[in-house]
Write a protein that binds this ligand. Structure first.
Ligand code: NAD
Length: 327
């Protein structure tokens, strides 16, 4: 197949592009390199079946051009990261809503299949675990910027399903905290790259809040397998949780990373308000119900956290330090 990957120079996108090429597909990558890096694609940049285009999903005519002849679009281009969400709400809202709308509008007349990268953030503060695909979304006030990313992605999902009702083949995947080599090396990085970078440097490992919040960290290879499984048209008009259901607290994660990287770093605690300002709200716990993905996609995550962290730490030791800007 000829496949377009938007955001293909990013963390998840670059792994997806590599895997699609290794499966024999032809891939067009569209990325504005706002957080993605060409070096993430260095192994495939000259691959005969790969074309890289630097540009934005917000440029409609360019998007129209690169979508031509593609049977599938994996739409991953997005503005993300909690810090971005809190500090640049307009960028997050416009970047996520306008880009997705362009992708869907241009895919529709061609009936190009769209696989849209959504997020576990859409479940918000719901405390009823595990999250099933049809669980309620419980978000805070619109006066709190923190919820604008979850809201934008949820509206994107509504766009997807509205187009699906009109006959566009669309599948939505909700990722649960993906990690691995190349994970969010930017300044808006996630907790695993931050802890690893701090542990390797011997700097304090900074836990926000009391560290008792829990997450399910999913190794990138599992994330990619679940994503690619959605290509089949039997998954049109469906949404799937893509993650792992092993829970770990941020305190446990900090200790594990310290141990696995053989670090002398201290673990310190920083109140949310000194990082994200007064009134910041976090999602206390997050865990996917994977029964639908297991049953319909035949998706089963296989990478245990210790194994995934070892591979990620090894990558950071080799590549990551100079690219990181840890907050
Ligand atoms: P990332 O920042 O590494 O990747 C996003 C990519 O999109 C970057 O390469 C960036 O340069 C590109 N981009 C941003 N705006 C663009 C635009 N207007 N036009 C073209 N390219 C643009 O982040 P990621 O972690 O790889 O996330 C990929 C997707 O998965 C996103 O849609 C994100 O919302 C979703 N997601 C990720 C996670 C996670 O744990 N990493 C969790 C839930 C959802």
């Amino acid at each position: 197949m000829r496949i377009l990957v938007t955001g293909g120079a990013g963390f998840i996108g670059s792994h997806l592009v590599e895997q699609l090429l290794s499966l024999g597909h032809k891939v067009v990558t569209l990325d504005d390199l706002s957080t993605g890096k060409l070096t993430f694609l260095q192994d495939v940049i000259n691959h005969p079946n790969h074309v890289f285009v630097r540009g934005s999903v917000l440029e409609r005519s360019l998007l129209n051009e690169v979508m031509d002849g593609c049977e599938v679009v994996f739409h991953l281009a997005a503005v993300l990261g909690v810090k971005n969400t809190v500090e640049n709400p307009l960028k997050v809202i416009e970047g996520n809503i306008d880009g997705t709308r362009n992708v869907l509008e241009l895919a529709y007349p061609r009936k190009t299949k769209v696989i849209f990268a959504s997020t576990s953030e859409v479940y918000g503060k719901n405390e009823c675990l595990p999250f099933r695909e049809d669980s309620n979304r419980i978000l805070g006030s619109t006066k709190k910027n923190r919820w604008c990313y979850a809201t934008a992605k949820a509206l994107d999902e509504h766009f997807c399903f509205a187009y699906a009702e009109k006959g566009l083949p669309v599948t939505v995947v909700r990722y649960f905290n993906a990690y691995g080599p190349r994970a969010n090396v930017s300044q808006y990085g996630g907790v695993i790259p931050k802890f690893i970078t701090q542990a390797i440097a011997g700097d304090p490992i900074s836990v926000y809040g009391d560290g008792e919040q829990t997450r399910c960290f999913t190794y990138i290879d599992d994330t990619i397998r679940g994503t690619i499984a959605c290509i089949d048209h039997q998954h049109n008009n469906e949404v799937y949780n893509i993650g792992i259901d092993n829970v770990i607290s941020i305190n446990q994660l900090a200790k594990k990373i310290k141990e696995l990287s053989d670090s002398n770093s201290q673990i310190i605690y920083i109140p949310y308000k000194s990082v994200y300002g007064e009134g910041y709200e976090d999602t206390p716990n997050r865990r996917p119900d994977l029964s639908k993905a297991k049953q319909k996609l035949n998706f089963q995550p296989t990478t245990k956290i210790d194994e995934g962290l070892r591979k990620t730490i090894a990558w950071y030791r080799k590549n990551g330090m100079e690219n990181s800007s840890v907050q």
